[in-house]
Design a binder for this molecule. Sequence first.
Ligand code: ZN
Length: 150
Amino acid sequence: MPPKPFEPVVFASAEASAWAPLLAAAWAAREQAHAPYSGFRVGAALIRRGGEVVSGCNVENASYPMCTCAERTAVCAAVAAGMREGELDAIVVVTTADTLTPPCGACRQVLAEFAEDLPILLDNGRERALHHLNALLPFSFTGRNFRPAP
Ligand code: ZN
């Protein structure tokens, strides 16, 4: 059994003040979304071990399968800035949809690469909910499934 990823207690509730900088970054990133086809704008912001906040937005494309979600653009930006496995502490996903918008299946898989028990806060400006990735993607497939034991 791999060690449980570090989860700062500051992200233990949906109303915790520690979410404020991530929420602000996610809403700001949502404004940058490239969503000319769906109009569905999504913002995300994650926090790396050490406290750096990295944001992302959805980027659509005329070739629809090439669209990229906000969560994955945030992860890619964080990796480019040096984030590695086990260094992702929390993520926020914001939209103005009537219902909260959880990460899609592809994003759940990408997030699991970095933190299988990731706290995920969803917000639509009217309600908020805190989930954990291991509940949204149980029995996930990661490098431990094929890497030789250390
Ligand atoms: Zn997604």
